[in-house]
Design a protein around this ligand. Sequence first.
Ligand code: NDP
Length: 227
Amino acid sequence: METALVTGAGRGIGLALVQQLIESGYRVIATCRGEPSPALRALESSSQCQIEQLEVTSQRSIEDLAQALSGVTIDLLINNAGILGPNNQSLHQLDPTDWLQTLAINTVAPSMISLALLDNLKRSANPRIITVSSDMASFHDGGSSLLAYRSSKAAANKAMQGLALELRSDGVIVCPVLPGWVQTDMGGASASETPEESASGIIKLAQRLTLKDSGHFFTWRGDEYPW
Ligand code: NDP
């Protein structure tokens, strides 16, 4: 049985990923900051699900998690936790502290978590890291609103490309993935995909990735996405 670790698992795409991974036969380590949501607690009754605390911006929290998981094999790490950032994100209005906080969660945390769990990933015969990104990360995206979010996801993609190159010789596959426009607190009710559709697509993609895909940007449908 493969083991997957999902960050930001209390709601939205993260919660759906935990549900779908359990249904697909994975053992799942579901992380959340603070108290687990009732929906996540309900999944814990499955013997396949273990909940751990992780505040992704805290290096201490990341190290505590790595210590708690010492000796555990992780086959699939999904860096899902993320924020949209502050309300005012035009360049003229953006508060630098808010911008840095958005970068801390969306950009720096996925790299720090991946590095902290590297020993766990290297125990796997087929280690994969997926970081949930956005179409707004792409240079093909022309928008200038949500600048903190756009820049944080673009930088996350670049960090994942670097990680992919660094970890290639260890056989670790690293890919940023676009989850679609998803009906969550972040995506809103009029979004086009359900969390279940997005999660199931991401898992199918994760199952077929090979080392030659590492460093490439994919959609939840499995197509490569232009940077
Ligand atoms: P939600 O806002 O529904 O959920 C965000 C999750 O991230 C929550 O579980 C939240 O935890 C967690 N989180 C936020 N900050 C932290 C932190 N500092 N430490 C630990 N956990 C944290 O968003 P979605 O499910 O929609 O988004 C999931 C991912 O998908 C994000 O990376 C997002 O950028 C990306 N994405 C989403 C799209 C969409 O249409 N929904 C489109 C493109 C990308 P808590 O409950 O404690 O706040």
